[in-house]
Design a protein. Structure first.
Length: 146
């Protein structure tokens, strides 16, 4: 995924069993990058992180290097990580523990974040985005030209 990366939002719905349909635009890339093997874990902002397995392996290695001061954060990321697979119908079962942790029920937003995805409850994401917009641009982005 280093060449193209994931980007863009996808408004989706979880089915009654907690499965998420992988958007068509990502299916081929995920099949090539990880044969549909993904890892899902918690994010401190209240969403879930979804990594193709090779990208998760790199993130996990960074986490493993954390010192004892960050042990609690290692627990959040590693202790809640669950391996899942894209099924034959291009769906991913989001484990119930992780759905509950992120407040996911039906309407969700999947955001492509280059090397991974974020999965948000749709209403929670809208509130989060509005709060970020209210803060204005941080200094690090003020010199960004487009």
């Amino acid at each position: 995924m280093a060449d193209s990366g994931f980007q863009g939002p996808s408004a989706l719905s979880l089915d009654a069993k907690g499965r998420l349909a992988v958007p068509a635009r990502y299916r081929d890339a995920l099949a090539a990058a990880c044969a549909g093997q993904l890892t899902i874990t918690k994010h401190p902002d209240g969403c879930l992180l979804i990594f193709p397995r090779p990208n998760w392996d790199g993130f996990r290695a960074k986490l493993a290097a954390f010192t004892i001061e960050a042990q609690g954060w290692k627990r959040i990321f590693l202790g809640n990580a669950m391996d899942v697979e894209v099924d034959a119908a291009s769906r991913v079962l989001v484990p119930p523990e992780l759905r509950a942790a992120a407040g996911l029920s039906k309407d969700v937003m999947l955001l492509g974040m280059d090397t991974h995805f974020e999965l948000w409850d749709a209403a929670r994401y809208a509130a989060h985005e509005a709060a970020v917009m209210q803060q204005g641009l941080p200094d690090v982005l003020r010199g960004l030209s487009y």
